[in-house]
Design a protein around this ligand. Structure first.
Ligand SMILES: NC(=O)c1ccc[n+]([C@@H]2O[C@H](COP(=O)([O-])OP(=O)(O)OC[C@H]3O[C@@H](n4cnc5c(N)ncnc54)[C@H](O)[C@@H]3O)[C@@H](O)[C@H]2O)c1
Length: 449
């Protein structure tokens, strides 16, 4: 028989939190102010909540408190509105987590050198949150991770405080579906999946997100929510791998994959177009699927599609370099000593995020073969040290004259700026991985890769 006083406590901790959410008097804490965390701070602040953003990087917290943005597509006007109005503040003082009624965790989940999950950010953050965990607090993990993380990594650290999940505090997982640069959807209009450790925690998290997003989708458990995010990313990784493999096959047969996709997508049902490219980039699709593969192995099963897609997609930069080598060879030039310009350093159009970008891998592979490499990206003025590369390059100018100085120009990112056909009027050789350049625009020859 449950103790009556226990039930009373349960009702009041949850009711108290729900009331604070409903009246917008709940203070929201967001840990990790990157591509995911910063837009979340703005979403809650613009919805009438007081928000405290936490980050270990003082450059970020200082910039925000000065009203500056460090992510190009997050407008400075929104940051100034939130941080100057004092409804939002940023800090590196994690003791202030005690002031928050809800804490949302958006720290990185990268891969280690052997493609195993690097859980140090989540573990450290769980320990930091545990230090100030108090009755009535809701904690939600948003970082992409393998199924079981919330229950296996967060819950035990929180229970060790003596507080009880579902009655004293509440714990949930809600995957972030942020798509930087997407003008059609934003974090208010993208439906938000919520799964939790128990029913009370789910109620709390659903109420919190329901007050800032248009649609909340409650699911049966934290594990279902964790897995749904992985399914979404694996779906993309596998389909992109499929068209990348077909690109190689069709190319050998003299068939243009882009024309094939255009034809196939006229089917009004049962087909969804995916497009080939120089390889996968970004913080999500190249990395997250391996979180599942790693966890699956613990259960004695193999996520074979994940591994195969990873193999095909990571082979793409090498394929682009091989196509460039063939193309140069046909012009009587070797890669060694050739001047090669790569267009685009970010992994997708019109953003400044270069994490895991295949362009960096292409530049490195060409440099390893003795090419004299350069890149042009209007969104990224200089290269930063990445997980695998430290290229130490500065972007060249985006002009026809500059492009004309190179033996080969590789189109790697479909930035709007590169769509201007006249840019290629002096270029001898274009290797286009994005179907961006019409053959008639190029002075010399055009290769698709
Ligand atoms: N970028 C996306 O489009 C996207 C989309 C969906 C999900 N995700 C997931 O969201 C999570 C965060 O990704 P992101 O792109 O925002 O990463 P990010 O690198 O842009 O931001 C992470 C932030 O966390 C900070 N940080 C690192 N360790 C910390 C700690 N111990 N305490 C506090 N702050 C810390 C970093 O300084 C950085 O500002 C990842 O799990 C990622 O897979 C990202």
């Amino acid at each position: 028989m449950p103790d009556v006083t226990e039930l009373a406590t349960e009702a009041s901790a949850l009711d108290d939190l729900l009331r604070k959410i409903d009246t917008r008097s709940a203070r929201i804490g967001v840990i990790g102010l990157g591509y995911v965390g910063l837009p979340l701070v703005l979403l809650f602040s613009e919805s009438g909540f007081d928000v405290l953003g936490f980050d270990v990087d003082p450059a970020k917290t200082d910039a925000l408190n000065r009203g500056e943005s460090y992510i190009r597509h997050v407008g400075v006007d929104r940051i100034q509105q939130a941080f100057r109005s004092r409804s939002a503040a940023a800090t590196g003082d994690f003791g202030r987590l005690a002031e928050c009624d809800a804490v949302i965790i958006c720290v990185p989940t990268p891969l280690g050198a052997h493609r195993d999950p690097d859980m140090k950010y989540i573990r450290t953050t769980a320990e930091v949150v545990a230090r100030t965990l108090r009755r009535g607090q809701l904690v939600v993990l948003e970082s992409t991770t393998y199924p079981g993380t919330t229950r296996e990594e967060l819950l035990p650290r929180f229970e060790a405080t003596g507080l009880k999940c579902g009655s004293d505090y509440f714990l949930a997982f809600s995957p972030e579906r942020e798509d930087p640069g997407n003008r059609q959807f934003n974090n208010r209009t993208i439906p938000k999946i919520v799964g939790a450790i128990d029913a009370a925690s789910r109620d709390a998290a659903v109420r919190m997100y329901g007050s800032v997003v248009e649609q909340v989708v409650p699911v049966a458990s934290a594990e279902v929510a964790e897995s749904s995010k992985l399914l979404e990313n694996i779906f993309r990784a596998v389909n992109i791998a499929l068209v990348n493999e077909l690109k190689v096959v069709f190319n050998r047969m003299g068939i243009d994959i882009w024309e094939v996709i255009e034809a196939a997508k006229t089917k009004p049902f049962g087909f969804m177009p995916f497009y080939p490219g120089p390889g996968l980039g970004g913080h999500c699709i190249p990395l997250d699927p391996f979180y599942l593969a790693w966890k699956a192995a613990e259960h004695g099963v193999w996520a074979r599609f994940v591994e195969l897609a990873g193999e095909v997609n990571t082979g793409m930069p090498r394929y682009v370099v091989e196509r460039t080598t063939e193309a140069l060879n046909e012009s009587g030039k070797s890669v060694k000593g050739a001047r090669v310009l790569v267009l685009g350093l970010s992994y997708k159009p019109d953003i400044d995020d270069d994490r895991e970008s295949p362009s960096a891998e292409i530049l490195q592979l060409l440099r390893d073969r003795g090419a004299d490499v350069a890149y042009c990206d209007p969104h990224i003025p200089f290269t930063r040290r990445g997980r695998k590369h430290d290229l130490n390059l500065t972007s060249v100018a985006c002009s026809a004259e500059t492009f004309g100085e190179y033996d080969a120009v590789i189109v790697s990112t479909a930035h709007t700026a590169f769509k201007e056909p006249s840019l290629y009027r002096y270029t001898q050789l274009v290797v286009d991985t994005r179907n961006l350049v019409p053959a008639t625009a190029v002075k010399g020859r055009l290769y698709r890769a």
